[in-house]
Structure formats: C-alpha cells, structure tokens
Design a protein around this ligand. Sequence first.
Ligand code: CAO
Length: 250
Amino acid sequence: MNHPSALHADLPPWPEVDFAAFGETETLPLSRIQKLTAGYLTRNWLAIPQVTHHDEADITSLDACRSRLAQDTGTRVTPLAFVVKALEEGLREFPRFNASLDAGGQNLIVKKYFHIGVAVDTPSGLLVAVIRDCDKKGVVELADEIGSVSARARQKGLPMSDMVGGCMTISSLGNIGGTAFSPIINAPEVAILGVTKAQWKPHRDGDATDWRLMLPLSLTYDHRVINGADAARFAVHVADALSRPESLIE
Ligand code: CAO
C-alpha cells in the first residue's frame, strides 16, 4: 500500500498569494485541534478510495417514539441515539463494516465489540467522542451519554482515551439543513455514516398519499474493503432498523 505522504509527492506546490494586494484581510490562527484535524482529514482523503452512498430512512414512528421516551424518562432523546443503536445493529449483521485494515493493508481486523464515534462540533474544532459498548446500552442511556460527552467536549475538550478505539463514526448535521453530504472516513475505520436534516415527504400508498418523516443517510465506505452492493444492503438494513424504533428500544 502506498504511504499517504508518497501520494503528495507529485502535486504542484500550494499557490502562495498576497491576498492583501487585492483588498483588506485579517489573519486568524488555526486552533491546535483544527491543525491536527486538517492533517488527518487530508491523509484520509488522499489514502482511502472512498465512495458515498445515499439512502433515507422513514423515521415517522421513531419521532413519536423519542418524544414518548423523553416524556417518560425526562431525558432529552434526539434521533441520533436511535441512529447509534441502528448502526450497532448494522455492524453486527455486516461484520466487514466493523473492521479495519492493518497498517500494511494485508489483513482485515474484524472487531467483536461495538464502540461508535460521534462527531461533535466544538468552539475549538471537530472532536470524535467514542461511545463504548453500544450493544449493551439502551436508547435512553445512549442519548444521555451523547448529551453529557458532547457538553464536556464543548466545555473543556476530551482526553485521548475518550476518542480512540471507535468502530465506525457518525457525523450528524442534525436539524441544521442539507439533504446529503460526503463525510470523510475516520481512519482506520472503513466507513462513516453522515446524517442530515429529516424532511416530511409525500409517500404514495395505493391510491392514497400520506406524509412520512424521512431521514437522509450518507454512507461513505472504503472501496478496498466494501463493495457497492454491500454498502447499499448495509444502508437499507440501517434504514429498516430506524423505521422500526420499538425493536431498537427492546
Ligand atoms: N433531523 C431533524 N432534526 C434533528 C436531526 C435530524 N437529522 N438530528 C437532530 N435533530 C433535532 C434534535 O431532535 C434537536 O431538537 P429537539 O431538542 O427539539 O429534540 C435539535 O435537532 C438539536 O439537536 P442537537 O444537535 O443538539 O443534538 P443531536 O443529538 O442531534 O447531536 C451532536 C449531538 C453532538 C452530534 C451535535 O450537537 C453536533 O455537534 N453536531 C455537529 C457535528 C458535526 O459538525 N458534524 C460534521 C462533521 S464533518 O465536518
């Protein structure tokens, strides 16, 4: 396997422009986290042949279910906790997604644990908090943990021990907007699930039309490890699990 720095070798130099020659400018230094993230993202973008597959999940029942759960337990439950649970189910059904290539690219290491990373937007940059043993936690416990770890990440950052060992990452843009995007894989994971804003859409059912709340899913996968048909099956599986929320909270 080519070392990522070798992939840089033939690129032309970055353009050096005196922007001030064209008008007023201001220089803002990047934070330590932004600089680190920039290096990792560039490496992962260059070194992984990645493809993004798009699908959507019917979360009409899930939306009602999460409001009920929040009322019963007093915990704020966003769709993300269900997405974590559905993803964990997908990883169990499709073990190739719960894997990493070793550093030499010769072996696939399949994990028997289910730790899921959640990208958190903090004032000093993007952090990925790893939620451990998602197979052993219910939706409410996951919601509670996502809420507390993301608050901690925003207030004072996270220790490295809270950010390592993830199996697959979720990048949720929540209710901000957008219909799809291409998240970059968080190496050495082999896939990442992007989630954008759920939208009400008409659904034809025989002669009738009803309105369903649809959640866009954008699955980027490492094409060296996962083929397109399996990615499509994986996305359908996760979407199906999300459409049956009761099975996720059993
Ligand atoms: N569609 C519609 N509404 C959604 C939604 C979706 N896909 N996801 C979340 N929401 C709703 C939530 O239910 C909540 O509304 P209520 O309070 O009325 O229930 C609201 O949007 C805000 O949710 P949130 O963002 O505070 O909480 P979350 O659990 O969805 O997400 C976290 C937590 C940490 C992932 C999020 O705060 C965050 O940091 N997101 C940004 C991650 C990011 O930057 N990703 C890009 C990485 S690549 O650059």
